[in-house]
Design a protein around this ligand. Structure first.
Ligand SMILES: Cc1cc2nc3c(=O)[nH]c(=O)nc-3n(C[C@H](O)[C@H](O)[C@H](O)COP(=O)(O)O)c2cc1C
Length: 143
């Protein structure tokens, strides 16, 4: 059995150090790659078919709309091969107190039967737990 590290992360304009900064690579991506290297695990990037705007505030507006609408933005294929995978280390940023909706698209699309999800996010623990509650708990109920 094996572990897969899957993550969503957005490079470009973000909020940091009290203002707008331009990230060449997303924070979650840096974290996910470090975890995958440490574990010797394959890495899967959850990427939307339609990119988010470069502008930070345009992205937060769009993300808020998607959250309200419970949207499932299309993600790029191919999806990872889940054969033999028993653990997913799931990396995501905190977007409006929960996961980016593309993470839900991913969780809907892959076969999670018997899979343990270990969340990993560059955020405070409370936000991480809140995100987990809205995302993984429904998944576990379905299993
Ligand atoms: C659309 C959007 C919504 C966000 N919402 C929150 C939030 O509710 N709370 C928070 O602490 N940070 C929020 N942030 C900040 C991100 O969680 C933070 O910058 C994170 O490190 C970004 O990870 P990434 O670089 O991997 O995409 C938000 C950022 C974006 C782009």
């Amino acid at each position: 059995m094996s572990t897969l590290v899957a993550y969503y992360s957005r490079a470009g304009q973000n909020y940091g150090n009290g203002g707008i900064i331009d990230l060449p690579r997303g924070n979650t991506e840096v974290l996910a790659e470090a975890i995958a290297n440490e574990l010797g695990a394959p890495l899967f990037k959850i990427d939307t078919v339609k990119p988010y705007p470069a502008d930070y505030y345009a992205t937060t507006d769009q993300a808020k709309r998607e959250l309200r609408e419970n949207a499932r933005p299309a993600i790029k294929e191919p999806l990872p091969n889940m054969e033999g995978v028993d653990t997913i280390v799931l990396g995501y940023p905190n977007w409006w107190g929960t996961v980016p909706m593309a993470v839900k698209t991913f969780l809907d699309a892959v076969d999670l039967s018997g899979v343990t999800i270990a969340p990993s996010a560059p955020t405070r623990v409370a936000a991480l737990v809140a995100a987990l509650a809205t995302c993984v708990a429904p998944t576990l109920q379905r299993a």
